[in-house]
Design a protein around this ligand. Sequence first.
Ligand code: XUL
Ligand code: CO
Length: 446
Amino acid sequence: MMTQFFDTVPEPVAFAGRSAGLGQLAYRVYNPDRQVLGRRMEDHLRIAVCYWHSFNWPGSDIFGHGTFDRPWLAPDQDPMDAARAKQDAAFEFFEKLGTPFFCFHDVDMAPEGGSLAESRANLDAMVDRAAAKMEATGVRLLWGTANLFSHPRYAAGAATNPDPEVFAHAAAQVRHMLEATHRLDGANYVLWGGREGYETLLNTRLRQEADQLARFLTLVAEHKHKIGFTGTLLLEPKPQEPTKHQYDYDCAAVHGFLERYGLVDEFKVNIEVNHATLSGHSFHHEVAYAVDNGIFGSVDANRGDPQNGWDTDQFPNSVDELSPALYEIVRGGGFSTGGFNFDTKLRRQSMARDDLFWGHIGGIDTLARSLLVAEAMVADGTVEHAREQRYAQWGSDLGVDIMKGGVDLASLADKAVADRLSPLPVSGRQERLENEVNRIIWTTPS
Ligand code: XUL
Ligand code: CO
C-alpha cells in the first residue's frame, strides 16, 4: 500500500464494530460484506469520495485564505506536477478509506491549459494515469462531470449563455469529459447547471434559455449513444447558489423540463441532500419524488445547517434525517448505476490531513446505520401498511371507476348528490407513525 501523504494512517480503515477503541479510525457500522436485504452493504451504498472538496479545496472561504494542510496544493509547483501529486494523494486516500468509488470534474484532475486543445491534452495525460491507478487499486469511477461554472467565460451560463460560442466551448468540454468518463468505465455522467439560471430577468429570455439547455442536453444524449457509453446521464437539481435562480430547481422542475423536451428517458437525477433542503424540501421528499417518477439516479450525500441559508456541504451525521430517505431508496429497489457520493466539505478549522478520514468515516457509518434502519422498516411493515390502509378505498368500485376514466365530472357530481355522499375525515396518524419510526430507529441493532 502506498504511503506518502497520509502516513499517520498506515493501514486501511477496517470495520471494528462495537470493539472500536476511542479515537480509533475504524468503521463502527459500515461493514462492506454484511448482507442487507439480499445485497452486500458495500453494493447497497456504493460510496464515492469526491475529488473537488477533498483534494482541490484548500479550506478558503470568501473572507479568508486556505487553512488546510495539503502539500499537493502548494503554490509554485509546475501545474502538471501538482496534478500528479494530488492524484497520488487522492488514490492513497481512496485505498486507505476502503470505499469503492470516486467522482471528479475535468478541472479537478488536470489544469486548464491556454486553449481547449491544451486542456484536452492535460486531461488525457491525467486520465491515463488515473486508469493505471484504478487498475492497481480496484477503485472505480461513479461519475465524471465537466466544470462549466468556475471560469469567467461561463459567468452568464454555459448552455444557457447568450453567446453561442460559449455554448460550443461547453460542448467541447462535455464531449471530452464524457469520453474520458467512458474510457474510465464510469457508471454515470453528471451535469450540474450551477450557472444555468439568471441573476436578473431584466436581461434574460427564459424561454430561449430553456430551449438552449434542452438542445445542449439532447446533444449530450446523442453523443452518449454514438460513443456507446452505457452509464446513466444525471442532472443535479439545485435551486440557487451561485446563480440567484437556477433552472434545475428541484426534482419536480427537472422532471417537468425533461418531459417537456422529450428527454425523460435519457436523464435521471443526482439528488444532493443540501440542495434538497435549500429548495425548501426535505431530502426525503426529493428522493420519494424521484423514485415515484422513475428518475431516481444517484445521491450527493451531505447535510446543510438549518441556521444557514447556503450550501454548507457538511458531512452527514443524522440517522433521523437519512433513514426515511434510505427507506424510499430500498423500497424502490436500491441504486442501479448510482451511489452515495460524498459531496462534502470539512469545516475550515479541520485543518489536519486526517480530518478527511474522520469526516468520511462518520458520514459512511451514518449511511450504514440508516440503511439498517431502512431494512428494519421494510421488515416491520408499519409504514407500508399505513400507506396501504390510507388509500384502500381507491380499490372500491367508485375509486376504480374514477381512475379508469369511467365517469365524467357531471356524472360523478350527480352520483355524489344521489348517494348523499358525506365522507367523514379520518386521522392521518402522523404522530403515531413518527413514534413507530423512532421505535425502529432506537431498537434496530447495529
Ligand atoms: C455544487 C455541487 C457540485 C456538483 C458537481 O453545489 O453540488 O459539486 O455535485 O458539479
Ligand atoms: Co453535488
